[in-house]
Design a protein around this ligand. Structure first.
Ligand code: NAD
Length: 485
């Protein structure tokens, strides 16, 4: 019998499901059991061509609609997503292995937020009038054209919406390629947009590995590429986009600092560290995986952290009581286990976790290392799993310098009751998305993105509009034209 997660076909192009079984089969594995639940096929060159030519054509009419009309489609799609939240959450859990306890509140819901927010903004995207004596300049905010979105595997619904919603609000069309690890959810986003009234071809989904992503990025018809992925992939995609002088948004990896001062409320700081390391089993780009704890509070913090981490309910992601799920794939589990071994070998003190959980599927226990030093591998490289490194510090000046000593710059957080210090420290940290006495909140109203190797551009908020549109300026002369000859 076909598993309920099996999509009708691999791709969604021009308003309908499309199949081409000549493409490489991609198995979809449910991470909690290791069982194959679906198969899709990577896009063949013919499928890529179909998606790009359709999206190129559809964009022209879409951009001619008023912002109010485009916004209405997006807001309807948001409503449909909310109505179907339960089914979409179950699919997200099959796609990623993340527990239903999370997917019910974080995935289709945040996708719907993006559709609603950018649907609301669509009608307000206007230019300026700039008076110049009798003459004037007016500006128009125009669509870029055909945009490509490429997703990572940790938030497949959210990533499709975070890219699709602002792109469509501005009058662009999109070809979206989900991660080959989680190909299912974006198809539902495409289906819902059509149901909500989006013209066929405005939002298309094609499957495939990096090769398909590469074919999309290098196509001369593509005007913009928005990637969520790792830094090495980001460097390749950015370079390929630059060769075609295309716009980019790069949402890449991180190794973000979370700084806890002596005066912090211990339980809130522990809660922030748990949210910033163990949500989605640690598979979150903005995680605060270098937890710097001031020496005076260190042992109290570690004791409370170990106690609360022991309360994690590891198990069947479809059971709403489960609060901690598996790694997305066996490969990712092995990568993370490798980092845990390095942590042990390089002399970090294991506080809790540290092994694969005794279950089917790709579960790793939430793991905390203390006495981590700046030079250890686990403190330098992005692990993308449930491994928290706790480092000690003495002074504010010292911790800021150490926190910034990394190629990454996605997020940063500080816990303290001293607000002057909180703002000063955040002001001195090299990061794009920061938190004071909190960690990892990502409301659509707030800009999201990194500095340094963690990325270029911003998603969400009004900032995203700037990255999915361009300004045309028009000089209007009211009098005669003077010329030298
Ligand atoms: P990845 O870099 O391996 O893949 C990301 C996507 O890029 C996939 O869809 C992949 O098929 C595609 N791709 C790979 N090579 C390509 C190429 N040459 N041209 C075009 N596309 C190509 O990342 P992943 O393992 O799927 O996700 C984990 C990474 O993503 C982590 O580093 C994480 O921090 C990052 N991430 C960042 C954010 C953010 O918003 N900053 C969010 C989630 C994940």
């Amino acid at each position: 019998m076909t598993h309920p997660a099996q999509p009708k076909a691999s791709h969604f192009i021009n308003g309908e499901y499309v199949e081409d079984t000549a493409g490489t089969p991609i198995p979809v594995i449910y991470a909690a059991t290791g069982e194959q639940i679906a198969t899709v096929h990577a896009a063949t060159p013919a499928i890529v061509e179909q998606a790009l030519s359709t999206a190129k054509e559809a964009q022209k009419e879409w951009a001619k609609m008023t912002g109010t009309e485009r916004g209405r489609v997006l807001r309807r799609a948001a409503d449909i997503m909310r109505e179907r939240n339960h089914d979409l959450s179950v699919l997200e859990t099959y796609d990623t292995g993340k527990p239903l306890q999370e997917t019910l509140v974080a995935d289709a819901t945040s996708g719907a937020d993006a559709l609603e927010y950018f649907g609301g903004l669509a009608a307000s995207l206007t230019g300026e009038h700039i008076p110049l004596g009798e003459d004037w300049v007016y500006t128009k905010r125009e669509a870029l054209g055909l945009c490509v979105g490429i997703g990572a595997w940790n938030y497949p619904t959210q990533i499709a919406c975070w890219k699709g919603a602002p792109a469509l609000a501005c009058g662009n069309s999109m070809v979206f390629k989900p991660s080959e690890t989680t190909p299912l959810c974006a198809l539902k986003v495409a289906e819902i947009l059509i149901e909500a009234g989006a013209p066929a071809g405005v939002f298309n989904v094609v499957q495939g590995m990096g090769e398909v992503g590469g074919a999309l990025v290098t196509d001369p018809r593509v005007d913009k590429v928005s990637l969520t992925g790792s830094v090495p992939t980001g460097k390749k995609v950015y370079a390929a986009a630059a060769a075609g002088m295309k716009h980019v948004t790069m949402e890449l990896g991180g190794k973000s600092p979370l700084i806890i001062f002596d005066d912090a409320d211990v339980d809130n700081a522990v809660g922030g560290a748990i949210n910033g390391n163990f949500y989605s089993s640690g598979q979150v780009c903005s995680n605060g995986t270098r937890v710097f704890v001031q020496k005076g509070i260190k042992e109290k913090f570690l004791a409370r952290l170990a106690e609360r981490t022991g309360n994690a309910i590891i198990g069947d992601p479809m059971d709403e009581a489960t609060s901690f799920g598996p790694m997305v794939t066996e490969n990712q589990m092995n990568i993370v286990l490798g980092y845990i071994e390095k942590g042990k070998a390089e002399g970090a003190r294991l506080i809790c976790g540290g092994t694969r959980a005794d279950k089917d599927g790709y579960f790793i226990e939430p793991t905390v290392f203390a006495d981590v030093t700046d030079d250890m591998t686990i403190a330098r490289e992005e692990i993308f799993g449930p491994v928290m490194s706790v480092l000690d510090f003495d002074t504010e000046e010292e911790v800021v310098a150490r926190a910034n000593d990394t190629e990454f710059g996605l997020s940063a957080g500080v816990f303290t009751k001293d607000f002057t210090r909180a703002h000063r420290v955040i002001g001195n940290l090299e990061a794009g998305s920061c938190f004071i006495n909190s960690y990892n909140d990502a409301p659509v109203e707030a800009p999201f993105g990194g500095v340094k190797a963690s990325g270029v551009g911003r998603e969400n908020s009004k900032e995203a509009i700037k990255h999915f549109s361009q300004v045309k300026s028009v000089y209007v002369r009211m009098g005669d034209v003077e010329a030298a000859f």
